[in-house]
Design a protein around this ligand. Sequence first.
Ligand SMILES: NC(=O)c1ccc[n+]([C@@H]2O[C@H](COP(=O)([O-])OP(=O)(O)OC[C@H]3O[C@@H](n4cnc5c(N)ncnc54)[C@H](O)[C@@H]3O)[C@@H](O)[C@H]2O)c1
Length: 345
Amino acid sequence: MSVIASDTLLFFILNLFITGGAGFIGSNFVRMAISRGHNVLNFDALTYAGKRENHSDLEGKSNYLFVKGNICDEEAVEKVFKKQFSGKGFDVVINFAAESHVDRSIHAARIFSETNVLGTATMLEAARAADVPMFIQISTDEVYGSLGSVGKFERHSPLNPSSPYSSSKTGADLIALSFYHTWGYDVRITRCTNNYGAYQFPEKFIPTIITRALHRKSIPVFGDGLQIRDWIYVNDHCEGIFKVIENGKPAHVYLFGGSSERTNLDLSRTILKTLAHKTNVPEENLLKLITHVTDRPGHDRRYAMDWTSSKQELDWEPTTSFEIGIEHTVDWYLSNRTFWEGNSK
Ligand SMILES: NC(=O)c1ccc[n+]([C@@H]2O[C@H](COP(=O)([O-])OP(=O)(O)OC[C@H]3O[C@@H](n4cnc5c(N)ncnc54)[C@H](O)[C@@H]3O)[C@@H](O)[C@H]2O)c1
């Protein structure tokens, strides 16, 4: 790490190896990292979920480099680890790359095991061989399975994943932690609740609601719509990852949540009302688009996160309220139609 002292601040310019930086959370993280002066290598296979155009304004800058490649491809990964910024190798790997959609994992489990488990193992081996001092594995609250009507997930809650997606993410976490136990390699894990914000692919629930409502198509809500998720604004998650780099410890698991538990039905109504207000359409015209459809097999009922350990150990807490975050998100989809038109279902 290069240490730079200014009059009032001591801060670090990091060389970051980011995988999956063309996807939803990765895109936001890349932007935050560049805005803070860090050097970013973005390694992404550009699956259906990744868009290189998310950072077209950064291409050609000396502190940003995009390389197309697959995290399962040992040779390609090893080659990328030889790249440098300012004559130095990488300080941190942040592994966002994943197959991330639960519904897809139910119908095509194999690619989830491949990317999420094998890909993570490939990245860990290459990062350790290249002497990268720190590896952050981006994981999910879904590794803990489903909650009843009370209680919250805690760091040491039992791992009990339900879907092929969450099972593959659990496998990835365990392989990552094994690199600490086996080699003393500095691996840190983050587990976060459902993110929302800019750049999320239209197949996910919030963009589906916004984009289908704008086309006056029905909004599919699984089963009774009373499944509960805890929603966090994506920038709060990204800030937490920076805090893990600054204040975290090897082999620790850090939990992030938005403390904004909502049923899927409530969430749909809030978004539709926000959208109605912003587009001058009567609320009832959008609310009537909500359509209950057959529930997802094995659908988890409730997730909620106790992130007090991250407040105590990282000095992190979410700062964007659900209402403000939803406003920003709806505004972003209204002003960035090229991002989603053609991809919305
Ligand atoms: N979205 C959420 O609410 C949420 C919550 C908690 C954790 N996470 C985790 O955060 C990470 C990012 O999630 P997201 O929502 O941004 O996902 P996303 O699907 O939007 O993006 C995934 C990115 O990874 C890339 N990718 C996929 N397979 C690859 C491969 N084999 N090699 C290289 N790149 C590949 C894709 O092209 C895409 O750019 C994932 O690991 C996910 O499990 C997501």
